[in-house]
Design a protein around this ligand. Structure first.
Ligand SMILES: NC(=O)c1ccc[n+]([C@@H]2O[C@H](COP(=O)([O-])OP(=O)(O)OC[C@H]3O[C@@H](n4cnc5c(N)ncnc54)[C@H](O)[C@@H]3O)[C@@H](O)[C@H]2O)c1
Length: 400
């Protein structure tokens, strides 16, 4: 199925290939001999891969969540007749300690040994270190990298995406431009000229990788048809996806909850207990809702009760990496920097909450809203050493 492209953005800031469906022979030779029957069929040219009516999916990103997203999509692409079997995954190339390239290892072992060790991605996933080549001919692009790299990726792809292409962003974060905040889905839409949905939710990647039941929310604008297609592409019996007509609300939930997770980590590091943590989660959710609605008046209250809202706040404050690193930061009484702890504890994976806290602070300052959002502004000031971690409970909540 192919789609017509459309996009628009509405906020108070007015923010506003012939990819061979069959793989090149060298790439094929790098895959192991035990190829899936579906991929073998496509290699022989009788797998329907030359059928232009089928959607071709490329996953842009291959970290922890990127690899799990590729696994989910790959299992569905093999089952659904409207998709090509092959799923490309763009890999930011890295050389592993044994001297091998990550891309080669993924194609040889079918495993992302650095970011998702021990999990087979599906033999129809093909890792490609060449961004342009990876997206060439794809008409469904799944963006899933840490948000700080998205501007550079969009610039590299500028002018390279042609035809009816649809995108979805799994990226949690925002860019702050001088005109105001720019959500990642808007960045993709504006820079590449394509419509972009979002998928967010209570999704700790390692749990979905081992097929523990989870839910997610697809945020869309315009026609429901494309949202249903993304839902179909991601859904499995253990991953239940619900569409919501509210891109900005869904994306802001996914973005802002990382700041709340940092606050929850401070509470854990200071051993303040469950009541305090519950209070921080409630205040955080309230600030998420208030800021989302100030930025985008169209945001719906009901979105905060979807997986992308309250459920993601809960999971990320109980188990996510932002919480974990913030806990270590508070335990060190701020003597160890987030950069140092991120490098030591995450080994290549990226924290999003600290940079999002800075970006949110810039927006609040720019708009004169700092006092209305004491939790968000306090988190940034603790991260930058201006306040001690204990300050996370030393403010009076403003009633919005
Ligand atoms: N991991 C999770 O549990 C999870 C769950 C839901 C959403 N997310 C979101 O998904 C997005 C991607 O996170 P992830 O967990 O897949 O990544 P990650 O933090 O596990 O990995 C970092 C990735 O960035 C890549 N990278 C490093 N330098 C780069 C550069 N200069 N340019 C481009 N890429 C570079 C690395 O190769 C690696 O693929 C983030 O926005 C995150 O918030 C993550």
């Amino acid at each position: 199925m192919r789609f017509r492209s459309f996009f628009f953005s509405s906020s108070i800031f007015s923010l506003s290939h012939s990819r061979s469906p069959s793989l090149s022979s060298s790439r094929f030779s790098s895959l192991s001999a035990a190829m899936s029957p579906a991929l073998e069929k496509s290699r022989q040219g009788n797998g329907g891969c030359n059928d232009d009516s089928k959607s071709k999916v490329t996953v842009v990103g291959s970290g922890n969540w990127g690899s799990v997203a590729a696994k989910l999509i790959a299992s569905n692409a093999l089952k659904l007749p409207s998709f090509h079997d092959e799923v490309r995954m763009w890999v930011f190339e890295e050389v592993l300690p044994n001297g091998e390239k990550l891309t080669d290892v993924i194609n040889k072992t079918n495993e992302n040994v650095k970011y998702l060790p021990g999990i087979k991605l599906g033999r129809n996933v093909v890792a490609d270190p060449d961004l342009e080549n990876a997206v060439k001919d794809a008409n469904m692009l799944v963006f899933v990298t840490p948000h700080q790299f998205m501007d550079g990726i969009c610039k590299k792809l500028d002018g390279k995406i042609t035809g009816d292409v649809e995108a979805i962003s799994l990226v949690k974060g925002m860019e702050v431009k001088k005109e105001g905040p720019c959500m990642i889905s808007s960045l993709i839409s504006k820079q590449l000229g394509i419509n972009c949905c979002v998928l967010m939710g209570a999704n700790i990647a390692n749990e979905i990788a081992v097929e523990k039941f989870s839910e997610a929310t697809v945020g869309y604008r315009g026609s429901r048809e494309i949202a249903d297609t993304w839902v179909q592409l991601f859904s499995t019996p253990y991953f239940m996806v619900t569409p919501v007509h509210d891109v900005e609300g869904v994306e802001l939930c996914g973005t802002l909850k990382n700041v709340v997770a940092i606050a929850a980590g401070f509470v854990d590091g200071l051993e303040m207990g469950n009541n305090t943590k519950a209070a921080i989660m409630r205040i955080g959710l309230r600030e998420m809702k208030a800021l989302s609605k100030l930025l985008f008046p169209s945001v719906k209250d009901s979105t905060f009760f979807e997986s992308c809202g309250v459920a993601d706040v809960i999971t990320t404050c109980l188990g996510g990496r932002n919480r974990r690193v913030a806990e270590a930061f508070a335990k060190s009484r701020g003597k160890r920097s987030f950069d140092e702890l991120e490098a030591e504890m995450l080994q290549g994976q990226k924290l999003q909450g600290v940079s999002t806290a800075r970006e949110v602070y810039e927006v609040l300052k720019h708009c004169g809203w700092l006092e209305m959002f004491p939790l968000f502004s306090t988190v940034h000031q603790i991260c930058t050493g201006r306040l001690q971690p204990e300050a996370i409970v030393q403010y009076r909540e403003n009633k919005l």
